[in-house]
Design a protein around this ligand. Structure first.
Ligand SMILES: Cc1cc2nc3c(=O)[nH]c(=O)nc-3n(C[C@H](O)[C@H](O)[C@H](O)COP(=O)(O)OP(=O)(O)OC[C@H]3O[C@@H](n4cnc5c(N)ncnc54)[C@H](O)[C@@H]3O)c2cc1C
Length: 400
């Protein structure tokens, strides 16, 4: 049995909280403009985070970061996640964080020197290119992008989309079918493709809910036409693409959830504060039972997500893949994230939809949570299948 001890990294946590509250949240309106002034400000804030010894908390010092495990990272992310810019400022933004983890776990010494070190240092960005427009991303055994060996090279042809951050990235990791005859989960390989390789075309940032983004915040359509890279750019073994993706996506999902906890708590605080200030029909909104129900439900749901996330993080630190826990928290937290922000907007009335609060932007971001890194329905399927398999074996299911 795993014993969960919910002990936060007190000193680092306080410094992270203070930095987010004093340096990041007040300048969010500037960062949201995504212009040159915003870029310059991000660079300043990143230097301050480095000077504080808080940089890249997702990977351990041997990979260039300051990480001390998933549980500590979960606590830190409750604060980093309060603003969507927190992850960029702390050098742990998706998809670079996940790419850094797989390069750390599976990269050769040369790949680590060439790709991992500058990535973790924040000198370059990267993208992860798996989803394709013409086949279901939920079932990546249907991928069509192909990589064929030609002498000492891979030659890659394919069409991807939703490659987040591809605009301006230094390199990408592409998932391509290398052996179509192999069993479904051994057909694909992950290959590193440097930006500027002939045939690699970042076609366009795809506007998502009206937001095209810029650089890190884009989700791009990418075409690979006869893209030639040396076989030394293979990440792990040929055919190990799915195994490595699993290593990447599991932690990646819980990283998202940790940040959503910060978003939920911020929306919750805004809801409670405004409910105490605003009066209608002679009493404060806080005195209406409907609003009290929203606050009570939000508290209970956020705390349930929080404790489940900390439990999963602790299990991962103990060497457990925590597949059921991660899938369960992914679809549950995605819904709670949306519901809490939505209630906070309702309490604010029309003001909740304006730029006077961050809630509108938070709601737009929250909608994607039910789709990226696996839609809710697929995670429910994973949870149910794994639990039922355990019952079929006669083991039942233990909640500890
Ligand atoms: C903001 C954002 C960022 C993203 N970033 C990246 C990235 O960086 N790299 C990358 O490769 N991809 C990325 N994606 C793509 C994402 O991972 C896929 O969208 C996701 O895996 C779902 O694939 P799909 O969109 O093709 O939907 P499909 O697989 O076509 O599924 C469509 C719908 O079918 C339903 N469905 C599917 N399977 C089942 C089932 N078994 N049971 C019941 N219903 C089911 C679900 O409701 C699902 O939403 C991103 C997506 C978003 C929205």
């Amino acid at each position: 049995m795993t014993t969960t001890r919910l002990i936060p990294p007190t000193d680092r946590l306080e410094r992270t909280r203070a930095f987010m509250a004093e340096r990041v949240l007040p300048v969010e309106p500037v960062l949201n403009r995504e212009d040159h002034e915003a870029d310059a400000l991000v660079a300043v804030l990143r230097d301050e985070v480095r000077a504080l010894g808080l940089w890249a908390p997702h990977v351990p010092p041997e990979a260039g970061g300051t990480g001390t495990g998933f549980l500590d990272y979960a606590f830190l992310n409750e604060h980093i996640g309060r603003s969507i810019w927190g992850q960029l400022v702390f050098g742990c933004q998706a998809p670079d964080a996940g790419n850094a983890e797989i390069l750390h776990l599976f990269g050769t010494a040369e790949q680590k020197a060439r790709w991992l070190a500058p990535l973790v240092a924040g000198e370059v960005r990267s993208f992860f290119s798996m989803t394709e427009p013409d086949v279901p991303g939920s079932d990546p055994t249907t991928l069509r992008c192909r990589a064929v060996r030609d002498g000492g090279d891979w030659v890659i042809d394919g069409h991807k989309w939703f490659s987040s951050g591809a605009d301006g990235a230094g390199f990408g990791i592409v998932m391509a079918v290398t052996d179509p005859e192999a069993p479904p989960h051994e057909r694909a390989t992950q290959i590193i493709v440097p930006a500027g390789t002939p045939g690699l075309e970042v076609v366009r940032p795809i506007p998502v809910l009206g937001h095209a983004g810029r650089g890190w915040s884009t989700h791009c359509e990418v075409r690979y036409t006869g893209v030639r890279v040396p076989v030394e750019n293979t990440l792990g073994e040929a055919g190990a693409g799915f195994a490595i993706a699993q290593k990447r996506l599991g932690p990646g999902r819980i990283h998202h959830v940790m940040r959503w906890l910060g978003q939920m708590q911020r929306a919750f605080e805004l809801m409670c504060t405004y409910a105490l200030e605003r009066e209608a029909f002679g009493t404060r909104l806080a005195d209406k039972q409907t609003v009290q129900n929203w606050i009570a439900d939000s508290y209970a749901e956020i705390q349930a997500c929080r404790l489940t996330t900390l439990d999963a993080a602790h299990k991962i630190d103990g060497g457990d893949e925590a597949r059921v826990e991660i899938s369960a928290i992914k679809f549950t937290a995605a819904r709670v994230l949306h519901d809490v922000i939505d209630r906070a907007i309702q309490v604010h009335g029309a003001r909740g939809l304006t730029d006077e609060t961050p809630l509108g932007g938070m709601l737009l971001q929250a909608r994607g949570a039910r789709i990226y890194d696996g839609p809710d329905e697929v995670h429910r399927m994973v949870v149910a299948r794994r639990i039922l398999r355990s019952f079929e074996r006669g083991d039942g299911w233990r909640f500890d």
